[in-house]
Design a protein. Structure first.
Length: 272
């Protein structure tokens, strides 16, 4: 069973597009996409988890996909609180929450702000440190560029970093899907997220306090957040499990969905 609907979060003054899969009484799993994508990035995982009996929620973050756009600056904490409000709307108290890249940082912020609502964490191809001064300048300059030029040129420039370079041709259908998501993103939403992400805090202290089961996944050939970043997170979080996905870059859930799903389903079985 699957459905897609727009949900108005009155207390957040936002309407989010949200897809749901699987039985209503299944273990809730929220999957958070990265920048500049939308909820369809998680389609392989949503179907696999739903078939295994989980209730899967894949929202479009504000400013992405078919959700409302908030121009200006949107912080990771804003995205995290949107997810908390979405869970309230859906009647979900605690959830497994996972995300890739910026989505992983949103999950870290969700855990920082709403720890009692986290049943387990899944962090894919992400990093935990605060932005550097150089990174802040880069993200703000990129935000300016996207507002001036749109998404197409940027998408073409980074596709061989979002995917392992060899997968751009080897997995042409996946590359086309990823390019389509990037090109379709509203530049105002992408820019607002970039400006907010430039101000992100360091999540090291709160990661060290994690007590829930945690799965860390990374593509073996990720150039944005390499395996060394994943190992750093695994070192911080007590009893975290690390999976390195071969023949994948920054988006292993799309590049090697079978391997990603195997790791995720095995992890979820282990948490009961």
């Amino acid at each position: 069973m699957s459905s897609t609907r727009r949900i108005t979060l009155t207390d957040r003054d936002i309407t989010l597009n949200c897809a749901e899969f699987g039985p209503a009484d299944g273990t809730p799993v929220v999957l958070v996409h990265g920048h500049p994508f939308n909820h369809t990035l998680w389609a392989p995982q949503a179907h696999a988890l739903a078939a295994a009996g989980h209730r899967v929620i894949t929202p479009d973050l504000r400013g992405y996909g078919d959700s409302d756009v908030t121009p200006g600056q949107v912080f990771l904490s804003d995205f995290a609180d949107d997810i908390a409000a979405l869970l309230d709307h859906l009647g979900i108290d605690r959830t497994v929450i996972g995300g890739v890249s910026m989505g992983g940082q949103i999950c870290m912020d969700f855990h920082r702000r709403h720890p009692d609502r986290v049943r387990a964490l899944v962090l894919s191809d992400t990093s935990y440190g605060a932005e550097t001064p150089e990174g802040k300048a880069f993200r703000n300059a990129l935000a300016d560029r996207l507002l001036a030029e749109g998404m197409a040129g940027y998408a073409d420039e980074v596709i061989d970093k979002m995917l392992a370079a060899y997968n751009v041709t080897a997995l042409s259908d996946v590359a086309a899907q990823v390019l389509g998501m990037m090109r379709a993103t509203d530049p105002r939403g992408a820019a607002a997220a970039l400006r907010g992400r430039a101000e992100r805090p360091d999540y090291g202290d709160t990661l060290a306090s994690v007590t829930v089961p945690t799965l860390i996944v990374v593509g073996a050939d990720d150039v944005y957040t390499p395996v060394s970043d994943a190992r750093s997170i695994a070192t911080l979080i007590p009893h975290a499990h690390l999976t390195v996905v071969e023949k994948a870059g920054h988006l292993p859930s799309a590049e090697q969905p079978a391997a990603f799903d195997e790791a995720l389903l095995g992890f979820l079985k282990g948490i009961g």
